[in-house]
Ligand binder design. Structure first.
Ligand code: SAM
Length: 285
């Protein structure tokens, strides 16, 4: 079954009377090379448990099942269940879970499984919730080794951007706090059915065992990072005033303690600098 072939996709759509939902971001992949890059690039081994987000008609799922011990595919669209039964029903190591990934208790799903390898997350993400999905996977600390996911090119450029680059935002630093980000492959919009308006990129996030910044309070660190990026053309000293819980004097003292020039702009600070700054601010200077 060549699920990546446009004629096969058409046949499945006709057979099940299925229509691609725009609001669920249903753009199906039709390039076998890209699927191989996702599977190989994610490093799936024969003892690994794979969590796939949004299997669609199962095009990536089928290939992942060949490489892994088991694939759990989380799909929100109930209309796709009979399709997935048809396309994956012959595989005994695939389980489809009909849930919203943002509401799924992934830790519990994983705890119920018997496997000796790693947990690997893969997926061609629905574009409308890319960053909430990635932040959920990272913040919930589900024990994944790698997260290898396709997303809109602009979002990928943002997530991998180094401090000081114009694409770098608070989300870049938050994702980089949890993981090391590598671009695997660029994907032109022409390889999807239906064709979206934008190109895509596959990123691999290697989840860090040790964080690059030591902090007892991640929430506060992220609050400081968001404040630092909130007003792009302002100096870091001015941007931090949105925090509300520290005085101007305390901000200036904290910047000095952290060794950061107060006239720098928030978007030029590294993760380590934000780490020092958040600690100093918490201690009111
Ligand atoms: N993996 C398939 C492929 O590459 O052809 C489909 C990818 S398509 C870009 C995104 C998939 O995510 C769709 O199947 C869509 O129904 C599903 N999806 C959308 N929102 C979701 C959610 N909140 N939870 C789980 N799946 C979702």
């Amino acid at each position: 079954m060549k699920l990546y072939s446009p004629s096969e996709i058409r046949e499945i759509r006709d057979r099940f009377g299925f229509r691609n939902s725009k609001s669920l971001g249903q753009n199906f992949l039709t390039d076998k090379n890209i699927i191989d890059r996702i599977i190989e690039g994610s490093g799936i081994g024969p003892e690994d448990l794979v969590i796939e987000i949004g299997p669609g008609i199962g095009v990536i799922t089928r290939e992942a099942a060949q490489a892994a011990k088991k694939v759990i595919a989380v799909e929100i669209d109930t209309d796709l269940l009979p399709v997935l039964q048809y396309t994956l029903g012959d595989l005994d190591n695939v389980e489809v879970v009909n849930q919203d990934i943002l509401k799924t208790d992934l830790k519990e799903l994983i705890a119920d499984e018997d496997f000796s390898g790693k947990v690997r997350v893969i997926g061609n993400l629905p574009y409308y919730i890319t960053t909430p999905i990635i932040m959920k996977l990272l913040e919930e600390d589900i024990g994944a080794e790698t997260i290898t996911v396709m997303m809109q090119k602009e979002v990928a450029d943002r997530l991998k951007a180094a401090p000081g680059k114009k694409e770098c935002g608070a989300i870049s630093l938050m994702v980089q706090y949890f993981s090391e980000v590598t671009e695997l492959v660029k994907v032109p919009k022409t390889v999807f059915v239906p064709q979206p308006k934008v190109d895509s990129t596959v990123l691999r996030l290697d989840v860090r065992k040790e964080k690059p910044v030591e902090t007892g309070d991640e929430e506060y660190l992220f609050k400081v990072i968001k404040a630092g990026f909130a007003q792009r053309r302002k100096t870091v000293a001015n941007s931090l005033s949105v925090l509300g819980d520290v005085t101007r004097e305390e901000i200036m003292k904290a910047l000095e303690t952290a060794g950061i020039d107060p006239v720098r702009r928030g978007e030029t600070l590294s993760l380590k600098e934000y780490g020092r700054l958040a600690e100093a601010l918490k201690n009111k200077g």
